[in-house]
Ligand binder design. Structure first.
Ligand code: NAD
Length: 505
């Protein structure tokens, strides 16, 4: 039921050519996860709207791509200032639809702002490579040109940050960008569209199309769309990658994760515990970099870990997004809550020990909210379903092994390879781990090793399909194509002989 007692019906549309457009399309309710009640509706874009939006985006690209990078960066710089000035409002929109507590939403926005700052370096980053005198009177250079209309498809769990991984760089490179946000959290994208317009971005350079699979399929198949940047679950990432290849589109598709930490016997366990609590339960564990498994090396350190985690978890506060004292909020939906609870049940059925049980958490006055409390499970084995799958909830599982080598092998055998971390005081062990672990993002006593904006973000194995990672230097490569020019200006009195062999110097 919609909570219409205090608010009239809110219907969100598309952002096309600088305006919000609402046509008579399919409507989907948006649930406030903190209350479990419908708060808004979002309209799915239909085929006519999608085609019109893509034609407009292409028109806009033709002139935007000719704007010098310095001027494009200036627009992004204004946009960055506007996001900073409006960060509280953006955090509120994220809270309403995702359930993220404001301190956490502000953190995601800050990480997003850093991506805008990096994109403002476009004049430097698009400079290209120049080789003078590669032959007699011959110079050669590469420059990096935009692709055209490019699209981003994003998940529910970072309504602002993940779109900001993509579109500032895409736009800085001279492309038009069409964003298809998660239908569960569209407001942050629509609000950022307004801020881009205020910053002076020409109409049509940034578009938001709402909807689900039907919209995504049309974007991939449309001849005007040249590249797809995707972040979401592995099953869909693989599908997007395969479909994009079928239609000849460039694609990067980031998928799910199961991020392990190794706890060595020499680690500072108190420090590891406080790091793990935030990394496992922050954002209700709904982060692709959430630390969801600890592999403890030896029973002595495992027992210490379990006891200290259990004590620390007694203070965890779960509740509505609007109370900044809560540590984390609800999970995204009733279905997702049930799925998380089923994974906990399956671990119990398969013989693991539930040390702290977050099922049956009730938040007073919000009994219909989608809450799961922090959960700690010990003696998990690698053949258990709860270990093999991504749970994407506030559940931390502990496995016990005897050696670091066993821990490394266990992580390397997992299908996901997004993030990992080692807790130790031993530099040699940390170095060995870094060299031999088959995971894309590695932390040494850093539980959430999310790369800063000047690096690039991407996992290995089933966590990323494609060749280039997200944002940073790889972002500039993904959203441009290389053109290499070889130029000769011979003196007017030089005449070349005809040559049939391959030219050499
Ligand atoms: P999801 O895969 O369900 O949805 C992601 C996007 O794909 C949404 O925009 C959705 O509308 C669209 N989509 C859904 N089903 C589709 C289909 N059948 N065909 C085409 N498009 C479809 O993911 P989610 O539940 O929104 O997000 C959570 C997942 O995202 C988790 O698995 C998490 O690990 C992952 N994630 C990964 C990263 C990363 O960087 N690797 C970052 C954030 C989230």
């Amino acid at each position: 039921m919609q909570d219409t007692t205090t608010h009239p019906k809110i219907l969100l549309g598309q952002f096309i050519n600088g305006e919000i457009v609402v046509v008579d399309g399919k409507q989907q309710p948006i649930i406030n996860p903190s209350t479990g009640k419908i708060s808004k509706f979002v309209e799915h874009a239909n085929t006519t709207t999608i085609n019109k939006a893509l034609e407009d985006a292409h028109e806009a690209y033709l002139s935007w791509s000719k704007v010098p990078p310095t001027k494009r960066a200036r627009v992004l710089f204004k946009f960055k200032v506007l996001v900073e000035e409006n960060r509280e409002k953006l955090a509120e929109l994220i809270g309403q639809e995702h359930g993220k507590i404001s301190h956490d939403a502000l953190g995601e926005i800050q990480r997003g702002i850093e991506n805008i700052e990096y994109a403002c370096g476009a004049p430097e980053l698009l400079k290209g490579d120049f080789s003078k005198d590669v032959g007699p009177a011959i110079d050669s250079w590469s420059d990096f040109q935009p692709l055209g209309v490019v699209s981003g498809i994003t998940p529910f769990n970072f309504p602002a940050m993940v779109p900001l991984w993509m579109f500032p760089i895409a736009i800085a490179c001279g492309n038009s960008f069409v964003l298809k946000p998660s239908e569960k959290v569209p407001s942050a994208s629509l609000f950022m569209a307004e801020l881009l317009k205020q910053a002076g971005l020409p109409d049509g350079v940034f578009t938001v199309l709402n909807g689900g699979k039907e919209v995504v399929d049309q974007l991939i198949q449309h001849k005007k769309v040249k590249a797809i940047s995707f972040v979401g679950s592995t099953q869909i990432a693989k599908y997007i990658y395969q479909e994009s290849a079928k239609y000849g589109k460039r694609c990067q598709a980031l998928g799910g994760a199961k991020n392990h930490a190794i706890l060595l016997p020499d680690a500072d366990v108190d420090n590891a515990v406080s790091q793990l609590i935030g990394a496992a339960f922050g954002s209700s564990g709904e982060r692709c970099m959430a630390l969801s498994v600890v592999v403890a090396v030896g029973d002595a350190v495992a027992n210490q870990l379990i006891n200290k985690l259990k004590d620390a978890m007694a203070d965890l506060k779960v509740g509505e997004y609007s109370n900044d004292e809560n540590h984390f909020g609800p999970v995204i939906s009733k279905e997702h809550k049930d799925k998380i609870n089923d994974y906990i049940q399956s671990a119990e059925n398969e013989g693991a020990n539930i040390i702290v049980d977050g099922r049956n958490v009730i938040v007073k006055n919000n009994e219909d909210g989608h809450y799961v409390g922090g959960t700690l499970i010990d003696n998990v084995k690698t053949d258990m379903l709860s270990y093999q799958d991504e749970i994407f909830g506030p559940v931390l599982q502990v496995l016990r092994v005897e050696t670091m080598q066993q821990a490394i092998e266990l992580i390397n055998e997992h299908k996901y390879g997004n993030g990992t971390c080692i807790f130790t005081r031993d530099g040699e062990a940390a170095r060995y781990f870094t060299d031999n672990i088959e995971v894309g993002m590695v932390g040494i006593n850093v539980p959430l090793p999310v790369p800063v904006s000047s690096q690039s973000f991407g996992g290995w194995k089933s966590s990323l399909f494609g060749d280039l990672a997200m944002y940073g230097p790889d972002g500039f490569r993904f959203f441009t194509r290389r053109k290499t020019v070889t130029q000769r200006w011979p003196s007017s009195n030089v005449r070349e002989n005809i040559k049939f062999s391959m030219p050499t110097l």
